[in-house]
Design a protein. Structure first.
Length: 378
């Protein structure tokens, strides 16, 4: 380094040091063997200017040592509470997929003064989500949840095209299909369907009521059919689900999960039907979006699917960042992140409404009066 370069760099460093804020201190919480670190939740702080990853917590000794080494030799704790007390982080990533742990861990992080980015499903019940919403509001902490599809570019731009530019005309119906694999029914609804009901709300607004039928071996479920699954996301039931949600202005949505329909329905994702067109979201780690082109040849109507081009959308893309980047921007701007705790809480409530309706044989109105899980025995 020559003298002129050194002097210039030193001057710039002195100026920036006077104005710069200390980096935000970030930590990761996982639990090896009980949901691990979700879908890469330990990596959300990589290449984030102004953020310093300082520690992680994992109750499993071997898993904790392995992850600490993988993240560059981080300080590691067996007890996340001790880590929150000792490190006083600004940012916390809660990675475990088992949502039976989420309420306690997220509440502790909020109460320590941290903003939180958490794996979904956010909680097992609306009651647990209510607690987190109240705690976040009291502390003015921003909590984002990894319902990442709503913040993916193609879906974000489709939303703008549909809701602001009238791409499909008047939106009338949304058809959501679970993955419908060996998890078809209740597990599919909470683990994968929570993404879809979140998208349904993004396009249609808050639902008014839900009517649903849940079957186990071809019969209607009872509370005796309640069970836990490998990734503990709360109680689930049934191997087939047929649910309808009603929205204002006559808009309706359905959710279907039946392994018998896996090869004949639209695949894991969401179809949007409007008065002038149809769009299909194929859900995956990187969702794809297609528009249906309809042609009449004589008396024969044919349909073909063509990729949606987000560049055709003219309105401004207000929040174009990736999900974790949008969360950090929301903290700086003191706004709600796109993948907000409120939206995630609604997803849990929409799932629980399916069981509330199926067990009662009646519509379940929103908000649900009973905030616990409908499958819990009285």
């Amino acid at each position: 380094m020559n003298r002129r370069h050194f002097l210039a760099l030193s001057s710039a460093t002195l100026v920036s040091a006077a104005d710069a804020k200390a980096p935000l201190r970030a930590v990761v919480i996982g639990h090896t063997g009980r949901g691990d670190y979700g879908h890469g939740m330990e990596k959300i702080f990589e290449n984030r200017p102004g953020v310093q990853l300082v520690a992680l917590a994992d109750a499993d000794d071997a898993g904790r040592a392995k992850m600490a080494a993988a993240l560059g030799g981080l300080k590691a704790y067996a007890d996340y509470r001790e880590m929150l007390t000792q490190e006083r982080p600004d940012l916390v990533s809660v990675g475990m997929r088992h949502s039976d742990q989420h309420r306690d861990v997220i509440l502790a992080a909020i109460q320590s003064g941290a903003h939180v980015y958490a794996e979904k499903p956010i909680t097992r019940t609306p009651a647990e989500a209510d607690e987190l919403l109240a705690a976040a509001a009291a502390k003015n902490r921003k909590v984002a949840v990894a319902h990442n599809q709503r913040q993916m570019k193609y879906i974000r731009r489709l939303r703008d095209a549909v809701l602001q530019e009238g791409l499909l005309g008047e939106l009338k119906e949304l058809r959501a299909y679970g993955k419908q694999d060996q998890r078809a029914g209740g597990e599919d609804l909470m683990v994968l369907g929570s993404h879809l009901v979140d998208l349904v709300r993004m396009f249609a607004g808050d639902p008014e009521w839900c009517s649903a039928r849940v079957l186990a071996g071809g019969r209607d479920i009872t509370r005796a059919d309640a069970r836990l699954v490998k990734d503990d996301v709360g109680l689930v039931a049934g191997d087939e689900i047929f649910a309808t949600y009603a929205f204002p202005n006559g808009v309706n949505a359905t959710f279907t999960s039946s392994q018998k329909l896996r090869e004949t329905t639209g695949g894991w994702g969401l179809e949007l039907h409007g008065s002038k067109g149809v769009a299909r979201i194929i859900s995956d780690l990187a969702p794809n979006v297609f528009l249906r082109r309809t042609e009449m040849k004589g008396n024969v109507r044919t349909h073909t699917w063509e990729p949606f081009d987000p560049a055709t959308v003219k309105v401004e893309d207000k929040h174009p960042l990736d999900p974790a980047g949008d969360w950090l921007d929301a903290i700086a701007a003191n706004r709600e992140p796109e993948c907000s705790l409120k939206n995630a809480a609604w997803a849990v409530e929409m799932v629980c409404a399916v069981y509330a309706s199926a067990l009662s044989g009646q519509r379940a109105a929103f908000p649900l009066k009973e905030r616990g899980h409908p499958l819990e025995k009285a």
